[in-house]
Design a protein around this ligand. Structure first.
Ligand code: GDP
Ligand code: GDP
Length: 436
């Protein structure tokens, strides 16, 4: 379940984000160019020769107005705390700088393995000139070029060789969910309310430090749940904890390990710009999503309040039209007990698989009632549909010409699927492909 985490550290301008973007896997755009969906990534899934891992660019975590050294120290600390392997990047043309030495000294103190990469070694001569970097005392320097992509293979070989040995952890069948939202919406209160209501399981499973901060509980039906990153939700008083970028990183790392994400809003304050940012993260990751409107106790309610809030959510988060909305109060625990069953249902829908025969019955019925679109005199034909994966449900539609499948037709297919099967809470991905 838990993938190794690789963090990139180094002073500004050595090429961290260039390397990050080279190594990070392209994300699958569920819907392209949605407003409100974040584009700047600090955290991304990655893969090298069958090893899957998560990649963090600590350079993106900046603490407002703090001096350079404070920033670098905080970034290195985050890496030491979060990562299984640290990639320390320096720059060949500039040689070893004071800031590099400072970072190296911090890294001596950690047990986390460090791989030293010398970037901007763009040609064979420069790749020969890396011996100065042995003075950093971090072993062999790996010459790389972020702009050309050279040397990354050797670097990644060295990185994956340092991954922790696979431990045989018992199969974990619990539903994993995370609770995300901007500061003060009531995430920790909600987690406490959930843990207060349900039977908390004290787990003696040995895990890594990062696993140890999850909380496990069982609902009244015996279904087990794991709340991801409970310690990240409860603050520990580190200086970088209040930066938005760090919060985003934390949220992304929690989402990555979740089946279902609870996006928490604050009824008292309404919907803010930052809420859209947070919701966009959940949507992009392709997880199940539930929108939880917290602090419902603070609203002077009349018969329309819930409908009005629902309408506002549907307008502001159009891409999350599949997410159920729940109105709760973590303070009075009102309706908090409805959450576990809903989380379980969304997790099931997220993993749902439909057989091809049933799927094609639905498809044939749909296109017999509604003709497929014609574009420039060419009619789209859909021959066959098959589900290629779940989590989220992903369907390939074999067509005469994928260019004829526009957004509105994808939307039509998704709506047909939602009408025929219970996919509430989960995004659905449709991939048009030319029939050979
Ligand atoms: P960061 O601040 O460490 O994230 O650095 P960036 O990735 O933003 O890169 C800083 C600058 O170095 C940019 O202008 C990059 O285009 C440049 N750069 C990154 N990698 C290389 C490289 O391998 N060779 C050269 N010549 N320039 C690079
Ligand atoms: P977090 O930053 O998202 O983890 O938010 P907290 O759980 O720390 O809550 C922020 C503040 O909102 C605290 O003062 C809580 O007591 C308060 N709060 C949380 N949930 C509710 C609620 O349902 N109703 C009311 N009235 N206050 C709440």
């Amino acid at each position: 379940m838990s993938k190794p985490v690789v963090a990139i550290v180094g002073r500004p301008n050595v090429g961290k984000s260039t390397i990050f973007n080279r190594i990070a896997k392209q994300r699958i755009a569920i819907v392209e160019d949605e407003p409100g969906v974040t584009r700047d990534r600090l955290y991304a899934p990655a893969e090298w020769l069958g090893h899957v891992f998560s990649l963090i660019d600590t350079g993106g975590i900046d603490i407002d107005d703090a001096p350079l050294m404070t920033q670098i120290v905080a970034q290195a600390q985050i890496a030491m705390e979060e990562a299984d392997v640290i990639v320390f990047i320096v720059s060949n043309p500039e040689g070893v700088t004071d800031a590099d030495e400072h970072i190296a000294q911090m890294l001596y103190k950690t047990d986390t393995p460090v791989v030293l990469a010398v970037n901007k070694a763009d040609n064979p001569e420069q790749r020969q000139e890396i011996y100065d970097f042995y003075s950093l005392g971090l072993g062999d320097p790996y010459p790389i070029s972020g702009v050309q992509g050279t040397g990354l293979g050797d670097l990644l070989d060295a990185v994956v060789a340092k991954f922790p040995q696979h431990q045989d952890t018992p199969e974990d069948a619990s539903v994993h969910f995370s609770v995300i939202g901007r500061p003060n919406v009531g995430k920790s209160s909600l987690v406490n309310a959930l843990l207060g209501k349900e039977r908390v399981i004290v787990s003696d499973i040995q895990g890594t430090t990062r696993d140890a901060i999850d909380s496990r509980f069982q609902d009244e039906n015996g279904q087990e749940f794991t709340i991801i990153d409970t310690a990240g939700i409860r603050k520990r008083g580190k200086i970088w904890e209040n930066t938005e970028k760090y919060a985003v990183l934390r949220a992304q790392s929690a989402i990555e390990r979740s089946d279902v994400v609870l996006v928490v809003l604050n009824a008292e304050e309404g919907i803010r710009e930052q809420d859209k940012h947070v919701a966009g993260l959940a949507h992009e990751a392709g997880r199940g999503v539930i929108i939880v409107v917290n602090k419902w106790d603070t609203i002077h309610k009349d018969t329309h309040s819930m409908q009005q809030f629902t309408d506002a959510i549907r307008t502001e988060f159009q891409y999350l039209d599949y997410a159920p909305i729940v109105f709760v109060s973590a303070k009075s625990t009102q309706r908090v007990n409805t959450l576990p069953a809903l989380i379980q249902k969304v997790a099931e829908n997220h993993e749902r698989r439909i057989s091809s025969s049933v799927l094609n019955d639905v498809l044939l019925r749909a296109i017999s009632v509604t003709p497929t679109p014609t574009i420039n005199g060419k009619r789209l034909r859909v021959y066959y549909m098959t589900q290629v994966k779940s989590g989220p449900p992903t369907f390939v539609a074999f067509v005469n010409n994928p260019d004829l499948v526009h957004f509105s037709f994808q939307r039509f297919l998704v709506n047909q699927l939602r009408a025929a099967f219970d996919f509430s809470g989960t995004p659905i991905v449709i991939i048009p492909r030319q029939r050979k």
